[in-house]
Ligand binder design. Structure first.
Ligand code: AHR
Length: 514
């Protein structure tokens, strides 16, 4: 059943009447913009999992695959264009079994380990601290180090911080210099454990809160480096975890994390990434949009304990999680990525932009070859996924001022008692004063005529790009890498301060107003 629903930036449903009309109206309140969308909302995550690091980001200097000092050239160039603001590493679950000293020094001397979390693959530690932090420098992004609390010692984590960031004559700085890096790196984000309620140590929140306090005490600020310490946060609907951490850790952390996946459940099949029904598609978007309610509830708890907003919320894992592709190695979480995944990205960003007073970073899982990735590789070949293109089309919103909008569109009931608006949108003004509007028509069958009121905005022209495809299950394969990619979008008119846009069924558009 389709209804008519009015959604404002505060997200309230104002009226419900039956309608078959395929049109929507939006008002952009340009005079109400005050909150900056931190670029870190567009963050990435790279774990030692499957072929994310080895084969995905890193092939080593001696590889036949073209590389820049060991980093794949094609992947590096694609990521450079994406303007990655922050990269989280080395996990995930891997982080709490990772011993950083195994990943420094001459490669031939680095010990191997079993990657117990992810398929029992042998990890040779050839990609370690230097390889990661140098990559961040080359990408010009902030590193986000995930420290080992589950199986590592306080001393080990403290020394890692010293190794990376101390410029003085300290023992760890000397060791770093011996390993070829003279100047300390700047490392801002430090995660003190990951999923400490699960793969990171199966702890109760009260116990973890004390461990956080202990570990973080010894993570020092060296030589002008200022750490931003992040406590391991809740999974999805676990509001008690957030409550206990806010109560017992409070201002000792700069940020508290949260993980939310668009996943059908943790046991049994999660569904195919590429073969799904229309009903499955709408369910996926309903589940993806539920993040809004989850964010609001965690934020409400944080507001209660921290009304002055000192502690940020960091959604440092999010995205779709499907069954692994048939024929791939179990535990490597390799999945294809269709136009459906692109909608999960666009709808998620439209929501994230609204909560940036508290929400300061989001890291999609993961950057290459794992879960909802930007890029897939096979040997020498690489494809950019539909999700990559959404990140690219949306990167104009990085560090721009969020402009609240009111949206009036059709709404559909979807499985699991969720409601799905057929149109999603967001708008921002960048530092040069340019306004960008992103629009998604999630309707599989109907185009939408969208009337956008622009009070107080002087614009006479709009140019943009559109991502769509014949089928919602279309994806980019190694045989057909350009199946789903953005095209110029022309179905737009501006007259007397009103913008009219004709959005085809299942399409995502970003416009620049001129
Ligand atoms: O992203 C894959 C895994 O999902 C991460 O390692 C873990 O933190 C989460 O459960």
């Amino acid at each position: 059943m389709k209804n008519k629903l009015i959604i404002s930036s505060l997200c309230f449903a104002a009226s419900l009447t039956l309608s078959a009309q395929k049109s929507a109206t939006i008002t952009i309140n340009a005079d109400q913009g005050k909150q900056i969308i931190p670029k870190e909302i567009y963050g990435q995550f790279a774990e030692h999992l499957g072929t994310c690091i080895y084969g995905g980001l890193w092939v080593g200097e001696n590889s036949d695959i073209p590389n820049i000092q060991g980093y794949r050239t094609d992947v590096f160039n694609a990521l450079k264009e994406l303007k990655v603001p922050v990269l989280r590493w080395p996990g995930g679950c891997f982080a709490d079994e990772y011993h950083w000293m195994d990943g420094i020094g001459p490669k031939e001397n680095r010990p191997k380990m079993v990657n117990n979390n992810w398929g029992g693959t042998i990890e040779d530690n050839s990609f370690g601290t230097h390889e990661f932090l140098n990559l961040c420098e080359m990408l010009e992004c902030e590193p986000y180090i995930s420290g080992n609390v589950g199986s590592g010692t306080v001393e080990e984590l403290a020394k890692w911080v010293e190794y990376m960031t101390s410029d003085g004559d300290s023992p760890m700085a000397k060791l770093r210099r011996k390993n070829g890096r003279d100047k300390a790196w700047k490392v801002k984000y430090l995660g003190v454990g990951n999923e400490s309620w699960g793969c990171g140590g199966s702890m109760r929140p009260e116990f973890y809160a004390d461990l956080y306090r202990r570990y973080s005490t010894y993570c020092r600020n060296y030589d002008g480096n200022q750490l931003y310490k992040v406590a391991s946060g809740a999974s999805d609907y676990d509001y008690n975890w957030t409550k206990v951490l806010m109560d017992r850790v409070g201002g000792r952390m700069n940020g508290l994390s949260l993980h939310y996946y668009t996943v059908a459940g943790w046991s049994g099949s999660k569904g195919s990434a590429t073969q799904f029904s229309n009903e499955d598609y709408y369910w996926t978007l309903g589940k993806c949009r539920e993040i809004e309610d989850v964010l609001k509830k965690h934020i409400a708890i944080m507001d209660e304990y921290d009304p002055k907003n000192h502690v940020a919320l960091l959604l440092d894992e999010w995205g779709t999680w499907w069954d692994e592709e048939p024929g791939t190695i179990g535990g490597h979480l390799y999945q294809q990525n269709t136009l459906r995944d692109a909608f999960v990205a666009s709808l998620s960003f439209d929501i994230f932009h609204k909560y940036t007073e508290r929400l300061k970073m989001c890291n999609i899982a993961q950057i290459v070859n794992v879960l909802q990735s930007m890029i897939l590789t096979k040997g020498k070949d690489m494809v950019l996924t539909p999700t990559y293109y959404v990140f690219k089309m949306y990167n104009v919103h990085q560090n721009a001022t969020y402009l609240p909008i009111e949206l009036n569109c059709d709404v559909t009931d979807v499985r699991d008692n969720r409601k799905l608006p057929m149109v999603s949108a967001t708008a921002s003004r960048d530092s040069e004063g340019k306004i960008h509007v992103s629009l998604s028509n999630v309707d599989l069958d109907n185009a939408q005529e969208i009337t956008i009121n622009l009070p107080g905005i002087k614009a006479t022209k709009a140019v943009g790009e559109m991502l769509t495809s014949k089928n919602i299950s279309d994806f980019n394969s190694f045989e057909n890498p350009d199946n789903v990619k953005p095209v110029a979008f022309k179905e737009v008119k501006i007259k007397k301060g009103v913008l009219t846009v004709k959005l085809p069924a299942k399409s995502i558009v970003t416009l620049e107003l001129q």
